[in-house]
Structure formats: structure tokens, C-alpha cells
Design a protein around this ligand. Structure first.
Ligand code: LLP
Length: 382
């Protein structure tokens, strides 16, 4: 809920902008901290969900690690206060430049997705006279039941090492002198709302863990990735971290001394962010009314790219209800936030909130049409 006092303050700020309610962020982080302290699981925040420096600073102050996919993310995380020794580096296409910089920075672990990648990390680590710790990202072949673009753990996905390659990987590992295998890593997709999916993942991890132990490989770390979804219909609902941690606790068989790592992104930052915009024009179509707002797909691409649903609220009207297509100013029809949705009577100048936009919102903004990047506003500062 965005309260009346805040809405009055919005009137004085140039739109569009991302508004972050830091009380919501902190209360989410308090819950995650409590659950991770109780369970002993290590949290690496997935920086790709939101790399705003102010946000990273708050998250790092909770003592979490960071999951990064480029050296720029690693650098942003270090600047924000994350300890390099608690940073993992993931991604199917790490460049030599990024691998070298990550080795220099002394990160905790590379999550590796192919044999050629491990070979390159070994060579580059050898040149720096270092040993790189690695985890194998394994494709567990589990359907995440989410949008196909964010499903990552099924057969012929570009992600992860196939289980039929594992024998070969193990054989090769002894050739790599500058690599130390410390664990296995998984990430099957994002915006996962069926808890049974995580249960299947746990069962698969237990099987793989057995496979490694029969090959006399001791895994220090099991990393289950991220993926916990949020309730886009009800932006004021928090993700159920207790259920998630309890499920992991019940279904993953950790061996003594082994650590469990998780990489939540969306579930941490999604619900505290809203994209705030103003209505520019109301325009009648043949069968619809368009509310043209000053935020576009360049500010929030999720509806255009994944047909994602975000709840839209008119914060400044309480008139009769009509139906609108809420669209942005960018020169393509995909620049549509929602079709035929109910809003109170909407006029030029009304303030619109697109909710649940904290994750993969600002982080995916672009300058298409040479539009300005959206600014960010923190509740603490207004
Ligand atoms: N770990 C790895 C290896 C990942 O690839 C991701 C996200 C995460 C953790 C964090 O997942 P989360 O907890 O946020 O679901 N742009 C898309 C989402 C892409 C997710 C990519 N990987 C969207 O807007 O829905």
C-alpha cells in the first residue's frame, strides 16, 4: 500500500521513477536473515534482480553474499560492501576479461556451466598462480512451471552441465591443477510459485549427491539457486520464506559439515519497488480507452517481454470504474503494460503505480528511443 502522504510527495517528483519502500525491503530482509540464521543456510543475493547501489548497500549490511553474472556486477557488489570472499560468479558465457578480474578480486567461487569454461578458468588461474574454487552447475531436468524464457533447468537448455557429461567432467578434473571443486549448483528457473517444484529439485540433488559420494567426491556446498516467486496479483503479500526454508530443511539431505547456499533475487526485492508514472493523455480507441503514461517498456520491459502481469493502481483518483489499456510512449505496440483493466476514472496528470516492480525492473531498463533511464527514489529520502 502506498499511503496518502507518500502520494502527495510523488506529486512533486519528476516521473517516471522507481520508488523503493525501504521499510518493506528491511522487513523482508529481517525475515530472510532470521530464516537463514535458524537454518544455517548461506544467502547470496542475486544482484541481477536489482543492482541499484543504494539497494545493494542495504542488502549487504545484512551480511549476505552476492550472486553475480558479470564482473561489473561483482564490482558493484564489492563497492556496496559485499565481501569478495562471499561472491559467486555464474553465467554460461564468462569472458576471459571477467574471469581474470574475478580471480584478482578473490571471489569465493565460479559456478561453471561447461567443460570448456572450466578449462579456461584453470588456465587463467594458473597464469595468476591462483587456485579457483568452482561449483558445477548441473542441469537437473526439472520443469519449473514458469514462463519459458525464465525456465532454465530442462533438457536442451543452454544452462548447466548435463548429467551424462559428469563422468567426463570428473575424469578431466584431475588434469586441472588450478581448480578446486567445492560443490554443485542448480538454478531451474525464476518466478516459481509451485513449492512442489523445489521439492522435486531437492530429490534430484539428493540423487546427484549420492552419485558424487560413490565417486569419492566430497561436496562442501550444495547451492540450490534462486527462483522463489512473488504474488504479482497481491503486491502487499510477502513471499513465504518460512515455507521455502522449511521445505529445503525437510527435503535436502545435507551431510555433516556441508553448507547449503541459496540465491534469491526477485523474492527479496520484488515487492518493495513500484514504477511511478503520470498519465499523459487519455485517448479513445474504437472499443477501448487508452491511458498513455510517461513510463514505457524502456523502464519496465517485463510485460512486453514475458507478458508479465503487474498490478496497476491509479493513486490519485477514486472516481467511477472504467476499463483501460495502459500503454507507454515507445514506438511499438508491445509497449503495453496491461489491457482492459479496471481503474477509477483516469485523467491527464493522474499518478499511476505499477506495483511489484522492484525485481528485474530498473535492472532491465534501456535507453531505446533515447529515453532517459528511470531514476530511483527511496522512501527514507522523501
Ligand atoms: N541464480 C541464478 C543462477 C540465476 O540465473 C537467477 C536468475 C537467480 C539466481 C535469481 O533468481 P530469482 O530468485 O530472482 O528468481 N528477467 C526475468 C528473470 C530472469 C531470472 C534470471 N536468473 C524476469 O523479469 O522475470
Amino acid at each position: 500500500m502506498i499511503n496518502k502522504i507518500t502520494i502527495e510527495k510523488f506529486r512533486k517528483i519528476e516521473t517516471p521513477f522507481y520508488y523503493y519502500d525501504l521499510d518493506i525491503l528491511r522487513s523482508t530482509l529481517d525475515v530472510v536473515k532470521k530464516e537463514s540464521d535458524n537454518s544455517g543456510y548461506k544467502v547470496h543475493y542475486a544482484v541481477k534482480a536489482n543492482s541499484n547501489p543504494g539497494i545493494l548497500k542495504i542488502i549487504s549490511s545484512y551480511g549476505f553474499g552476492a550472486d553475480c553474472v558479470s564482473f561489473n556486477e561483482i564490482n558493484a557488489a564489492i563497492i556496496a560492501g559485499f565481501n569478495p570472499s562471499e561472491i559467486v560468479f555464474a553465467g554460461v558465457g564468462k569472458t576471459d576479461k571477467d574471469i581474470n578480474a574475478a580471480l584478482k578480486a578473490g571471489i569465493f567461487c565460479f559456478n561453471c556451466e561447461s567443460i570448456p569454461e572450466i578449462e579456461v578458468i584453470d588456465q587463467l588461474a594458473a597464469k595468476q598462480e591462483k587456485t579457483a574454487q568452482i561449483a558445477l552447475r548441473i542441469n537437473p531436468y526439472i520443469e519449473a512451471h514458469t514462463h519459458k524464457y525464465i525456465t532454465t533447468g530442462i533438457e536442451e537448455s543452454k544452462f548447466g552441465i548435463n548429467t551424462w557429461e559428469l563422468d567426463n567432467v570428473i575424469k578431466k578434473l584431475s588434469d586441472f591443477k588450478s581448480i578446486r571443486l567445492i560443490g554443485i549448483h542448480f538454478h531451474i528457473g525464476s518466478q516459481i510459485t509451485r513449492m512442489s517444484v523445489f521439492k522435486s529439485l531437492c530429490a534430484r540433488i539428493n540423487e546427484l549427491q549420492l552419485w558424487f559420494s560413490t565417486h569419492n567426491i566430497n561436496l562442501e556446498i550444495l547451492n540450490v539457486g534462486g527462483g522463489l516467486g512473488i504474488d504479482y496479483e497481491n503486491p502487499d503479500n510477502d513471499p513465504d520464506f518460512h515455507e521455502y526454508f522449511s521445505l529445503l530443511n525437510e527435503f535436502i539431505d545435507l551431510v555433516p559439515g556441508q553448507e547449503l547456499h541459496i540465491e534469491p533475487g526477485r523474492s527479496i526485492i520484488g515487492q518493495c519497488g513500484s514504477l511511478i508514472s503520470k498519465v499523459l493523455f487519455i485517448k479513445n480507441g474504437s472499443n477501448t480507452i487508452f491511458a498513455i503514461i510517461d513510463a514505457g517498456m524502456t523502464d519496465l520491459i517485463r510485460p512486453a517481454l514475458y507478458q508479465a502481469h503487474h498490478k496497476i493502481e491509479n493513486l490519485t483518483s477514486s472516481g467511477n470504474i472504467y476499463r483501460y489499456d495502459v500503454v507507454g510512449p515507445v514506438c511499438e505496440s508491445s509497449d503495453t503494460f496491461a489491457k482492459y483493466i479496471e481503474l477509477p476514472e483516469t485523467v491527464r496528470g493522474d499518478i499511476i503505480a505499477i506495483r511489484s516492480a522492484g525485481a528485474y525492473g530498473e535492472a532491465m531498463a534501456s535507453r531505446y528511443n533515447l529515453r532517459d533511464l528511470p531514476k530511483s527514489v527511496f522512501s527514507d529520502d522523501i
